[in-house]
Design a protein around this ligand. Structure first.
Ligand SMILES: [Zn+2]
Ligand SMILES: [Zn+2]
Length: 360
């Protein structure tokens, strides 16, 4: 299938995302005034009211695809929520946040060992994570984590989570294919080392994954499902240097640093520890729809997190219909030179926002 076809299908999916605002719009409320409808409504749950989507993905004049307002959006309004495709805690917060959703965990009593294991914030997060965590916990990550810690690397941790999700059969190897990637050829020797470490970490673990396979029982003339164990070579066949380099390039361009508001004294301490280690974030996450937002140093939308990696895209000001919605990829308080360097060096473009045009 061509990339273009795949993109069209994805664009369609994105365009049909529906944003639900609280309460039914007045024109829908007026339909339920008749006695018969009231009686029906009492016995059957009402379907949610149709609310047209607030944004759609379209081609921009110069910057490829972008997100555009399909109707007027008021300042403070939530455009849509954003659930991560992949997330991983920062190494400095790995034992104090939920290993799945990055929510801060309450202070744990007991022994120091309690802080050396990862935990989940809820039964739901634990259940959602069962398959990939069953894979992850068979592996000794100490060397890989130490390597990332020493080199200050955060994105290989997302690749680690990605690989375990693939091995667990949760997501396809090409789930990030629609997102833009960075050309990492000038870092090839570093990538080779990271990849070799990840690959050997996984190979040494002799991972066991239960898999269902179809076993034709010819005597009875019908198929039956039996459990089996996937072969290790088969499980890791996707994990080539080419795949690693490709997904790392896409993650480097599109990952978001998840920054949760500080709510307690313990949060403050863990944030301080994270800042000392140069990670002012509880972790990093990949999102699909927000990755289509282009950049502006004067953004009209921001992603905000309240207590977990599930974010909300919020309008920073009134946005007119057909206006492009943009977020800021960096700290907007930086000066022009610093911003231009990061945007060109890290993302490969020259920003044409009014601030950059005026060199402010
Ligand atoms: Zn959680
Ligand atoms: Zn700019």
């Amino acid at each position: 299938m061509s990339r273009l076809l795949r993109f069209s299908r994805q664009a369609f999916d994105l365009k049909t995302l529906h944003h639900r605002r609280a309460g039914a719009p007045p024109f829908l409320s007026s339909f339920s005034n008749s006695a018969t409808e009231s009686a029906a409504a009492a016995s059957e749950p009402k379907p949610p009211p149709y609310v047209p989507p607030l944004i759609g993905i379209q081609l921009t004049k110069h910057a490829g695809r972008g997100a555009f307002a399909l109707q007027r959006i008021a300042s403070g309004e939530v455009l849509h929520s954003a659930r991560p495709i992949l997330a991983h805690p920062s190494l400095s917060t790995i034992n104090c946040v939920c290993y799945h959703c990055l929510r801060r965990l309450p202070k744990r009593g007991g022994t120091a060992e309690a802080y050396h294991t990862v935990s989940f914030c809820s039964e739901q997060c634990e259940q959602t994570s069962t398959k990939f965590y069953d894979v992850e916990k068979q592996i000794d990550w100490s060397r890989f984590h130490e390597y990332c810690r020493q080199k200050g690397l955060k994105y290989p941790l997302i690749v680690k989570r990605f690989a375990c999700q693939v091995i667990a059969g949760n997501i396809p190897t090409d789930i990030l294919e629609l997102l833009q990637g960075e050309d990492l050829s000038d870092r090839a020797h570093l990538i080779k080392e990271e990849f070799a470490l990840l690959r050997s970490t996984l190979e040494n673990a002799d991972i066991k994954v239960e898999k269902k396979k179809n076993n034709k029982n010819r005597d009875e003339g019908k198929g039956s499902i039996v459990d089996g164990e996937a072969e290790p070579e088969e499980l890791l066949s996707f994990l080539t240097e080419e795949w690693y380099t490709d997904v790392l390039g896409r993650i480097r361009i599109n990952a978001f640093r998840v920054e949760l508001p500080v709510q307690s004294h313990e949060d403050l301490l863990s944030s301080a520890a994270a800042t000392v280690e140069g990670e002012a974030a509880v972790g990093n996450a990949m999102y699909m729809l927000p990755s289509f937002y282009n950049h502006s140093c004067e953004p009209n939308v921001n992603i905000v997190w309240s207590n977990s990696a599930e974010g909300k895209m919020v309008a920073l000001r009134d946005i007119e219909k057909a206006e492009e919605v943009r977020i800021c990829y960096l700290d907007a308080s930086m000066g022009y030179e610093a911003r231009a360097k990061i945007l060109y060096g890290g993302y490969g473009f020259v920003c044409d926002c009014p601030r950059c045009v005026a060199k402010e």
